[in-house]
Design a protein around this ligand. Sequence first.
Ligand code: AMP
Length: 183
Amino acid sequence: METVFIGFGSNLGDRVDYCDRAVTLLSLLPHSRLRGVSLLYETEPVRDRTDPGEGWFLNGVVQLETDIKARSLLTTLQEIERALGRDDDDRSGPRTIDLDILFYGDCVIKEPGLTIPHPRLHQRRFVLMPVNELDPLWVHPVFKRSVAQLLTEVSDESHAHLLFPQPSTRYGSRPNCQVPPGS
Ligand code: AMP
């Protein structure tokens, strides 16, 4: 089994519900075990290569152990995106759900349509923060630096903060989702 980190994000419609549904579907994947789910972060839309609109994102990360091969996992994530209403005709626009393979074990993959580790993860605070929550010592197999180190070095100025209060899930499938104290 490989340890895999999958990033999810939503900035359209009922964002909490889309994130919950995505996490639930990921928790049901065959040949896989859900190991952790980060808290939800609210993040400013980043316009590096896309135009996701004005809506702020909810972002988080799921940690899985899986026997599903990386390419099949990508296809599965795209099916989940479609099932949750992702607009295939305007992939760079506002999105009900976006799913990315961040790490697939310590594999380094560069194939048409699939780059692992995700090529921009080390530049994005909203990705590094939830991975850091799940496994700060996880080492980026290209940069040979832990996620905690990458987070101290990231120059991303865009805002990313923990969503507060954290929603309670309707799907009951987020075993590691903690509620912040006092909520
Ligand atoms: P997005 O519009 O952000 O969902 O990007 C999806 C596109 O990125 C698809 O065409 C994928 O084939 C490609 N892609 C490349 N590497 C990855 C990855 N590690 N995780 C998800 N999508 C990827």
